[in-house]
Design a protein around this ligand. Structure first.
Ligand code: GLN
Length: 451
């Protein structure tokens, strides 16, 4: 499937044919030999996986889809890479993304865009378009994504796949190139809710190498996915602010049908209000770009990746740094570094970053208050179907506005899943379920009931 799909879809930046086959043969041999070693194999042993190219691997390049890291090979593996290797899952390769995960369409990749597997003239979502398309087009049964502001859930909705942003800290981020550290989270992309749960079960757990890692694993997720379709007693809150104006009519129709399915399964659904969500986009784009400007400082033209030495004028470290960053970063990364540097500069800090952090607290309180009355919250995953290639690429704020449904979750640190919920004009749409911190199991129980 990868051989056939790659020419038109461009989901992969690197295909690891030999490495994946070697792992697959190893699992075959263990199974054939039987005995204790075969018994001890993880349930996902032999199941191939694709990895977003933001996660470092020692046996293939890691670029973050940036020209800055063209051909760069990490000297160590990310913790999630090691967990995948230990489970003996063949790694099929590294998937395409918006440069350093900044974007909503995968059009900001330094290595060409990825096309939607349902309509090649449309974007697959972003930043994790490659992982979503790899799974959606049967090139991989599972993939790894990262979600700072929707980059797992939004592409999942646009490609008819399942994607989860776990509770902040549930999965190690050691060896995952940082975008905005207070928001970043690794998570699964899959074809079914149970598959996603199996992968999150594998990756969940404390990592002493990640200072934000939770002390206890969030487990029992695949068991929750298998717990049956009876939702008697489950209370679901429909977020008033995340539907209505600006949402495609057919998307809202599919959403209504989903609510009906949940009600038929025994759940009670009622509307709840989270009044501060209207400020979420503004707060996110300030906090995220501030953290981006700090995290991108590591790409200095000295330590690793691209180095451009100016041929004229004095040879100073600042000029090497400037020339390397000018040549290595794409426009969207530069835009965010500039915005973030401005927002953090002295005299503006309180007015922008400080204020955005206060808004973040208000949004967290809105979620906590809502979860006093309901078990999960629900919204359409996206206000529309996947847009056409080129439609928003020259209008950054139009691109940013498309994130309105997904980013409040990252600001609050809570878990959320996008599950396919039907088609609109032949294109997939999804529904998003959100749960309180550490209650990821609820997403899998209720998500599975919608399949
Ligand atoms: N659309 C979001 C952004 O551009 C996605 C970021 C992410 O989740 N990596 O910031």
């Amino acid at each position: 499937e990868i051989d056939q799909g790659e020419g038109k879809l461009n989901a992969f930046l690197h295909v690891n044919t030999e490495g994946a086959l070697a792992t697959a043969r190893e699992v075959d041999a263990i199974r054939a030999a039987g005995g204790a070693e075969a018994e001890a194999l993880h349930p996902l042993a032999g199941v191939p996986i694709a990895i977003k190219d933001l996660v470092v691997t020692t046996d293939m390049p890691t670029t973050g889809a940036s020209k800055f890291l063209d051909g760069w090979i990490s000297p160590y593996d990310a913790t999630v890479t090691l967990q995948i290797r230990e489970a003996k899952m063949p790694i099929l390769g590294k998937t395409n993304l918006d440069e350093f995960a900044m974007g909503s369409s995968t059009e900001h990749s330094g290595y060409g865009l990825t096309r939607n597997n349902w309509d090649a003239n449309r974007i697959p979502g972003g930043s994790g378009g490659g992982s979503a398309v790899a799974v959606g087009s049967y090139q991989a049964p599972l993939a790894l994504g990262t979600d700072t502001g929707g980059s797992i859930r939004q592409p999942a909705a646009f490609t008819g796949t399942v994607g989860t942003k776990p509770t902040y800290g549930a999965i190690s981020r050691y060896g995952v190139i940082s975008m905005a550290s207070s928001l970043d989270q690794v998570g699964p992309v899959a074809r079914t809710v149970e598959d996603a749960a199996l992968l999150q079960d594998l990756l969940s757990g404390h990592d002493p190498k990640d200072a934000t890692s939770l002390p206890e694993p969030i487990d029992g997720l695949s068991a929750a996915a298998r717990s049956g379709k009876d939702l008697t007693g489950v209370k679901i809150g429909i977020i008033k602010e995340l539907r209505g104006d600006g949402y495609q009519a057919e998307v809202l129709e599919r959403f209504k049908e989903t609510i009906q399915t949940l009600t038929d399964a025994g759940a009670t659904c009622h509307e709840v209000s989270l009044p501060n969500l209207e400020h979420a986009l503004a707060a996110y784009y300030l906090i995220m770009s501030s953290e981006v400007s700090s995290n991108m400082a590591r790409f200095d033209g000295v330590r690793y990746g691209k180095r451009v030495t100016p041929t004229e004028g004095p040879l100073t470290i600042e000029r090497v740094m400037g020339a390397s960053r000018a040549a290595g970063f794409g426009d969207e990364v530069k835009r965010r570094v500039l915005l973030g540097t401005y927002a953090l500069s002295s005299g503006y800090y309180d007015a922008f970053y400080g204020k955005a952090q206060k808004v973040r607290t208000l949004i967290q309180r809105d979620f906590s208050a809502a979860f006093e009355d309901v078990d999960v919250l629900i919204s359409p995953s996206m206000p529309s179907v996947a847009f056409e290639i080129g439609a928003k690429v020259d209008d950054p704020t139009a691109m940013y506005r498309a994130d309105v449904t997904v980013i409040p979750v990252n600001l609050a640190g809570i878990p959320a899943i996008s599950v396919p919920s039907g088609l609109v004009n032949g294109l997939p749409v999804g529904v998003q379920l959100m749960a309180p911190i550490k209650e990821d199991a609820r997403l899998y129980q209720i998500g599975a009931a919608l399949e």
